[in-house]
Ligand binder design. Structure first.
Ligand code: SAM
Length: 253
């Protein structure tokens, strides 16, 4: 396995509860309603605990979910409706899925865990290699501006729930942002256990994404600001994009 296989080792247990509070996946459901991408087979990259993969399966897609984290995949496998989905451990840059697919998805800033342009390009190349003719790649990415706006002020955030509390401490490192998580969880005997995880991400701009797409012989078919659903301005926090393979001979024109 590659890098990042351990980052969700602990947070996997709390991830779904935390995400439900943010409500991010509602946007993805709305996207599927709006885009109505045709096809039969889908691959959800960096599927995590499987919310997007399950949503696609519920819409009749045959789905495979790929993620680096054994713990996130374990949560996914335990969810209702997961039995018909193939869950595979793999890295965004090197994954191998069974069959060509009509749709590849990669949700919730997962491409931001790739820290170098060459990692992003490697991921896009793998996606292109897995797309059936006419297939599409639908993903989102937080922008460099978004990282500064969301994580840039360094202010810690406190999170708490039944039997746990935690602190999110953001830190800026030239081009990258880090989120240090420190959590305390009460075990069955009532004792508190402390754990820590550090998540490092890199914001990607429209031109970064365009370069990675070109390197993979794909093009960005549409791109919009995830908050406004309009063409992204310089202060877009998160971009959503659909990419498609380019017919040979058209690349670079
Ligand atoms: C913010 S979560 C998003 C999970 C899921 N897509 C969702 O919408 O809830 C980021 C996911 O990316 C995965 N990830 C990070 N780096 C990865 C890599 N190099 N290869 C595969 N998965 C990776 C993590 O394990 C985690 O499950």
């Amino acid at each position: 396995m590659g890098f990042n296989e351990h980052i969700y080792r602990e947070f996997a247990r709390l991830y779904d509860g935390e995400m439900a509070r943010i409500g991010f996946h509602e946007k993805w459901k709305a996207l599927f309603d709006r885009l109505r991408i045709p096809g039969k087979r889908a691959l959800d990259l960096a599927c995590g605990t499987g919310t997007v993969a399950l949503e696609l399966a519920g819409r009749g897609w045959e789905v495979e979910g790929v993620d680096a984290s054994a713990e996130m995949l374990e949560v996914a496998r335990g969810r209702a409706g997961s039995a018909g989905i193939r869950w595979t451990r793999g890295d965004l840059r090197t994954f191998e899925a069974g069959k060509p697919v009509d749709l590849v998805t990669c949700a919730f800033d997962s491409v931001n865990y790739l820290l170098r342009p060459e990692d992003l390009a490697a991921c896009f190349r793998q996606v292109a290699a897995h797309l059936a003719p006419g297939g599409r790649f639908l993903f989102d990415a937080i922008t460099p501006w978004g990282q500064r706006a969301v994580w840039g002020d360094g202010a810690a955030r406190i999170r708490h729930g039944e039997g746990w509390f935690g602190v999110w401490e953001p830190r800026r490192l030239h081009r990258l942002s880090q989120l240090a998580l420190t959590y305390f969880e009460r075990d069955g005997a009532g004792a508190w256990r402390r754990w820590e995880e550090t998540h490092t991400e890199r914001g990607w701009s429209k031109s970064d994404l365009g370069r990675a797409a070109r390197a993979a012989r794909m093009e960005i078919e549409s791109l919009w600001d995830g908050s406004t659903c309009q063409a992204p301005g310089p202060r877009a926090i998160r971009l959503h994009a659909v990419c498609r393979p380019v017919a040979s001979g058209r690349i670079g024109i």
